[in-house]
Design a protein around this ligand. Structure first.
Ligand SMILES: Nc1ncnc2c1ncn2[C@@H]1O[C@H](COP(=O)(O)OP(=O)(O)O)[C@@H](O)[C@H]1O
Ligand code: SF4
Ligand SMILES: [Mg+2]
Length: 346
């Protein structure tokens, strides 16, 4: 590892994304435009040589955050800074440099590789577009495949996606991202579509890349146990908002937000993700999200102010940097009894 470990690569401040909803029926007669509040006021920091996990149930806005960071969506509001510089104008030089430095890995490795093209095509294209052939394409290709542990490289280089296993395809997708020589990787549920038996291998590869290439990684998952295993820091998303954050060990062993506590309690088996209905109740509408704390209709500790006032990030005080957006941690409120989570997070 170089001495730059921990240096800030990507910073996100107050990021929001609202998708307009098409009006139908009687709504066409009114002027009211409705929108899905997919992501609201999300702030996070990605650092060199560190993995940040973003955990949440389906529909909580995780992929939208990744797509905003990959510049695939335009934010409704908020700022994204790469090495301190805001990225605003699309298509300009700074924008192109950004999309090279921040690469995304998608959930479905089959969907993200073109079935009519070989591994050689996918990787050569990435190396050429980003000017990273180093004058010797064959050598650069061998190096990429070796880096993702597809060895010997000649066994894989001329294969088509359908000739590879899911895990091998995801390794090719990772190699393609590395062809850009990125500083940050956005991995959106990179192992959730793979066989349970090979998930760990792909996560270990990402960890190895983090260490050897000093990459900043955003690891998106619905599986909080894998966040504990793999990530340095964990953020918990609920209904488009980040509700808790801190180092992964603390967030998974001493969860502070009632939603995180329920999420951990309801996931006894790390290979079986908690479903929304197991957490109790349904996730709220994002078209008209609940006022105050968005978790208030499902929260066992709900208080009057939770229904009207949005809780800010409040320090928990057990470890530096551990916070929750929950009124229970405001001064003068009696805290709920801690839940036993050590075994559950396994
Ligand atoms: N392009 C889009 N247009 C409209 N709504 C969208 C779009 N993308 C996502 N959404 C909505 O935003 C919310 C968050 O979705 P998503 O970010 O995919 O969540 P997750 O990845 O956590 O499952 C969902 O309600 C989803 O239906
Ligand atoms: S702010 Fe209130 S409703 Fe929201 S999680 Fe905390 S106690 Fe529950
Ligand atoms: Mg998603």
């Amino acid at each position: 590892m170089t001495d730059k470990t921990g240096e800030v690569v990507l910073e996100v401040d107050g990021l929001s994304k609202h998708f307009p909803v098409r009006r139908k029926g009687r709504e066409l007669l009114t002027r009211k435009a409705r929108s899905v509040h997919a992501v609201d006021d999300v702030s996070l920091t990605l650092r060199r040589g560190r993995v940040t996990a973003m955990v949440g149930e389906s529909g909580s806005g995780k992929s939208t955050v990744a797509r905003l960071l990959a510049q695939l969506h335009k934010p409704t509001s908020g700022e994204i800074r790469l090495h301190g510089k805001p990225v605003d104008t699309r298509g300009g030089r700074r924008f192109r440099s950004y999309v090279r430095q921040v690469q995304m890995i998608f959930q479905d490795p089959f969907g993200s590789l073109n079935p009519v093209h070989t591994v050689r095509y996918h990787l050569s294209r990435s190396l050429r577009i980003h000017g990273n052939t180093g004058g010797n394409l064959e050598e650069a290709l061998r190096e990429l495949l070796t880096r993702v542990q597809l060895t010997p490289p000649e066994r894989y280089i001329d294969k088509f996606p359908h000739e590879l296993s899911g895990g091998q395809r995801q390794r090719v997708a990772i190699a393609r991202a590395l062809g850009a020589n990125p500083e940050a990787l956005l991995a959106d549920e990179p192992v959730s579509m793979l066989d349970v038996s090979i998930r760990l291998g792909v996560l270990n590869l990402l960890r190895d890349l983090k260490e050897r290439l000093n990459l900043a990684i955003l690891y998106i998952t619905h599986d909080i146990a894998s966040a504990r295993y793999f990530a340095d820091e964990t953020l918990v998303m609920y209904a488009g908002r980040v509700v808790e954050g801190g180092d992964s060990e603390t967030v998974t062993q001493n969860p502070a937000h009632p939603y995180t506590q329920l999420l951990i309690d309801s996931a006894p088996d790390p290979d079986r993700p908690a479903r929304a209905d197991e957490v109790g109740g349904e996730p709220p509408s994002l078209i008209r999200p609940p006022a105050g704390c968005r978790f208030n209709p499902r929260c066992p500790h709900v208080m009057e102010r939770c229904k009207t006032d949005l809780p800010p990030r409040l320090e928990i005080g057990d470890t530096p940097g551990h916070w929750a957006a929950c009124w229970l941690y405001a001064e003068g409120v009696a805290k709920p009894a801690p839940v036993a989570t050590g075994e559950a997070a396994g």
